[in-house]
Ligand binder design. Structure first.
Ligand SMILES: [Zn+2]
Ligand SMILES: [Zn+2]
Length: 240
């Protein structure tokens, strides 16, 4: 079966995302555009994932996968997806301890709102999330797997925080089976990575409600669960 996805969505916790990227708004919009599964990927944190999963259950919305967009020590962005909220929060806690510690300046970077599932505010995070962690690119896959998850480089076609723009290439030893492209990535680049045996994932990297993916990108799965999605993304390259 085809399941339409968008695995890269920021919430009001990411300072660079709109404040109305709240749990009810995100799952409501995802349902409206017909997505079957979404992943929540705030910068270096899974703090809003639980509320969004609960909000989606309330409206019989899409499956929500708990994830984060890690910034490595090299400033490379990576999408991480986890099989359940408990392991996602544990991973998030570990990453949080390794973040470069600097106080958020909402007037410069934006608000970091921790939300409840009914869109009320639970609090605001003082420590800035848009900084690099101590985790390096070569350690990201093993870190995600420790929590049952998967890691792959985000928006590799983009110069800012994309792995190609920063490191120049993707090394086999990094252990990635999948790479993510942004919605505007050139077809030639996608073709190149496909021919090299990578799974291709295309996401919106939404920071506002209007930019969630339409029903365009899909995964073929027998059934839909976070575990099945992670398994599909980990698909061994040599078998393709
Ligand atoms: Zn990014
Ligand atoms: Zn992002």
């Amino acid at each position: 079966m085809k399941f339409y996805y968008d695995f890269h969505i920021h919430t009001c916790l990411s300072p660079c995302a709109d404040d109305d990227m709240t749990p009810c708004n995100i799952v409501g919009m995802a349902k409206l555009v017909g997505l079957d599964v979404i992943a929540i990927t705030d910068h270096n944190s899974c703090l809003n994932c639980r509320a969004i999963m609960e909000a989606s259950k309330e409206i019989d919305g899409p499956l929500v996968i708990a994830g984060m967009e890690l910034e490595t020590s090299e400033n490379v962005h990576m999408v991480m997806l986890f099989p359940d909220i408990d392991r996602a929060e544990a991973a998030s806690e570990e990453i949080f301890k390794t973040l470069f510690k600097i106080k958020n300046r909402p007037d410069i970077y934006g608000n970091q709102i921790i939300a409840n599932s009914d869109d009320t505010e639970r609090g605001r995070l003082d420590q800035l999330l848009v900084v690099s962690s101590e985790l390096g690119v070569y350690d990201a896959v093993a870190f995600a797997e420790k929590y049952g998850g998967v890691a792959y480089p985000a928006h590799i076609d983009r110069p800012s925080n994309g792995i190609l723009g920063i490191l120049g290439s993707i090394d086999e030893d990094m252990g990635f089976s999948t790479v993510e492209f942004s919605a505007t990535a050139p077809d030639e680049l996608k073709k190149e990575y496909k021919s090299r045996g990578y799974n291709i994932v295309s996401d919106s990297d939404s920071h506002n409600l209007g930019s969630l993916s339409d029903r365009i990108n899909y995964l073929e799965l027998d059934r839909l669960s976070a575990e099945d999605v992670i398994k599909a993304i980990k698909f061994i390259r040599s078998k393709q």
